[in-house]
Design a protein around this ligand. Structure first.
Ligand SMILES: Cc1ncc(COP(=O)(O)O)c(C=O)c1O
Length: 380
């Protein structure tokens, strides 16, 4: 039998390739975005407790109500905004499922979806699988700022959705208030849905404030705000996230969600709900990761890599243009095999593979791992 692929251009992701390469060559793995330390044992205990207290059958379709109430309280505390826990918040299988389901709910054949590149890798395939056309807007290194005139020029009567991501993977930049106001202005009086990927909302540095789409009334009315407990609580394998949106949008989302996963792992939801009763568990994250960023950057400040400190996420991009002219994918492979340190080349986040001699390093690592990584980078 022969079957045509729905995604003929998709192969094994670079994340899998680089992690496998790191393992094969015993390299320090700063490529994939996950911590090399465990989450809080208190949280694991709460999840176990939930399991032992009978939270083992289907959760409600929107998610465990206590968790939705905890999310609503968090949105109120951080953004002074209201999402009704009963019909405006849904717990999902990681942010990835929220993103896929939002796209699946709204994007139809030939609809256009604006994506800023470099971009997280799940957006484009999800758009294509639903018959949509990704329309890319390039963010240019080193600042990766949005050219809103370029966005305006790409809008058309077929624009169904704009996907934004702040703090931004892979660049570590953040959208400013002006960016959000520009987006609000461009989408006002249109039918455009905004998918605001805010999985790194709590990892924002140097006293900056995260500019969530829900802070801007008109933007909020057309937006899904997506976040991830995997990122926030250092458990990427738990596959749990959520999205918030006004009821009329969430009603449509639920029509798809109920036949997709229906609901997600119940004891984890109850455990997280209990854990979130103490806001410090997510409020402390910014300082925790800022210290890691500062440690990493202070150790490599005299290296030949050039950088601007990451403003958010747990990624730091390093420019190696002073070191070699090599194509970033080749250089990342060589660094892994020869020098023992794995990273992700930025060109893989661009569909046109534009290479600006930049690599992405994940600093969600033990201090000791960061020190060993810096020692290597300093010898290059
Ligand atoms: C920008 C961005 N969005 C979404 C995700 C997916 O998050 P989750 O692990 O909760 O599915 C990631 C994970 O790396 C990401 O970097």
């Amino acid at each position: 039998m022969q079957h045509a692929s729905k995604l003929p251009h998709v192969g094994t992701t670079i994340f899998t390739i680089m992690s496998a390469l790191a393992k094969a060559h015993n390299a320090i793995n700063l490529s994939q975005g996950f911590p090399d330390f465990g989450g809080d044992p208190k949280l694991s205990d709460l999840v176990c407790k939930a399991m032992n207290s009978g939270y083992n059958q289907y959760a409600p379709m929107y998610g465990n109500l206590e968790l939705r109430i905890a999310i609503a309280k968090k949105m109120e505390l951080l953004y002074q905004t209201e999402y009704h826990p009963e019909h405006e918040i849904t717990v999902t299988a990681g942010a990835t499922q929220a993103i896929f389901t939002i796209i699946n709910t709204f994007v139809r054949l030939d609809d256009e979806v604006i994506i800023f590149e470099p971009a997280y890798d799940s957006y484009e395939p999800a758009v294509k699988l639903n018959g949509g056309k990704p329309i890319t807007v390039q963010l240019e290194a080193p600042d990766f700022e949005v050219n809103w005139n370029a966005v305006r020029e790409k809008l058309s009567s077929r624009t169904k959705m704009i996907i934004i991501n702040t703090p931004h993977n892979p660049s570590g930049t953040v959208f400013s208030k002006d960016d959000m106001l520009n987006l609000q202005k461009l989408t006002k009086n249109t039918n455009i849905i905004v998918l605001s990927d805010e999985v790194y909302e709590h990892m924002i540095y140097d006293g900056e404030k995260h500019q969530s789409a829900c802070l801007f009334a008109d933007l909020k009315s057309r937006s899904f705000v997506v976040s991830s407990f995997c990122k926030t609580f250092h458990n990427t394998g738990w596959r749990i996230g959520y999205c918030c949106a006004p009821k009329e949008l969430m009603d449509l989302f639920m029509q798809v969600h109920q036949f997709n996963v229906f609901c997600v792992h119940h004891p984890t939801q109850k455990g997280i709900a209990d854990y979130m009763q103490e806001p410090k568990h997510y409020l402390e994250l910014a300082l925790f990761y800022q210290k890691k960023r500062d440690l990493f950057l202070s150790l490599i400040q005299d290296s030949r890599f050039r950088f601007k400190p990451s403003k958010g996420t747990y990624f730091q991009v390093l420019d190696y243009s002073q070191i070699t002219e090599e194509y970033d994918v080749d250089y990342a492979r060589r660094l892994t095999i020869r020098s023992g340190i794995a990273s992700i080349p930025l060109s893989v986040f661009n569909t046109n593979h534009m290479d600006k001699k930049i690599l992405r390093f994940c600093f969600a690592k033990k201090d000791d791992t960061l020190k060993r990584a810096a020692e290597i980078l300093n010898t290059i």
